[in-house]
Design a protein around this ligand. Structure first.
Ligand code: 6GU
Length: 244
């Protein structure tokens, strides 16, 4: 897979591209990442890429011309083009699974106060990473690229991706490593037992409990099987008793 990132601040991506899992995925030819500086497509000798908003208002707006010329210089029939913008659809794990299927993903980072809305007509979708405003789309683009790259075959241990938060609609169960006692705090006994069925049951229960406590909205979006429903009733009883 190739990911092309269009940005006014290519240097922001250096740490991201050259560290840990992402640099390894690149070295192993699982992903190719390029950053293209939108400013190189400015036409005037001062390399202006922004201007004041029609209708008035604060800040500067990224112009169509440098963005579209830049896009046209790299896009092919196989490119899927996303524009990072706070007005876009919220990025979810499911979207990362969609994005990983494309041979060529182009991510456009808006910056300044906004981007000329006519750019929307040249992209496949607008994507936001959440309900807050960042100074630019760069951090958001890294979030999308990271979540997508780690799903590519060979990027991380495939088994570790299966049990993760969001993959089955639930948050992940808590994990522990050595020592078995730290500062008087014990690792749950069942995890030391070697009894795989009990461990699996305990993890499912903790997954349900964590989701109920931190993200009850996620439970409303999935259908639980009989076993999970029973466990959830058990958890709710236990929580009630804890309050007494
Ligand atoms: Cl994609 N861009 C900016 N500037 N802010 C955001 C965002 C994107 N997603 C959430 N906040």
């Amino acid at each position: 897979m190739k990911i092309s990132i269009m940005t006014l601040f290519p240097s922001m991506f250096e740490g991201f591209i050259n560290t840990s899992i992402i640099s390894r995925a690149k070295a192993n030819n699982i992903v190719e990442i390029e950053c293209i500086d939108i400013r190189e497509f400015a036409l005037d000798r001062f390399k202006h890429v922004d201007d004041t908003p029609y209708g008035g208002g604060a800040g500067m707006i990224l112009k169509c011309q440098p963005v579209i010329d830049c896009l046209n210089s790299i896009r092919t029939e196989n490119s899927h083009v996303i524009l990072m913008a706070p007005v876009g659809k919220i990025f979810k794990q499911k979207m990362a699974h969609e994005f990983k299927k494309y041979d060529h993903l182009i991510i456009i980072c808006g910056h300044y106060e906004g981007i000329d809305a006519r750019v929307y007509d040249y992209v496949d979708e607008l994507v936001s990473i959440g309900d807050y405003v960042l100074t630019g789309g760069e951090l958001a683009a890294m979030v999308v690229a990271d979540a997508t790259i780690r799903l590519l075959k060979g990027s991380i241990d495939e088994n570790s991706a299966l049990d993760e938060s969001f993959e089955n609609g639930l948050l992940e169960y808590p994990q522990y490593t050595k020592p078995s006692v730290y500062d008087g705090k014990k690792v749950p006994e069942v995890l030391l037992s070697g009894h795989h069925k009990n461990i699996e049951q305990y993890r499912l229960k903790m997954s349900l409990k964590t989701t109920l406590l931190n993200r009850p909205d996620l439970l409303e979006k999935i259908t639980l099987d009989d076993r999970s429903q029973k466990l959830l009733v058990e958890i709710e009883e236990e929580l009630k008793n804890d309050c007494k």
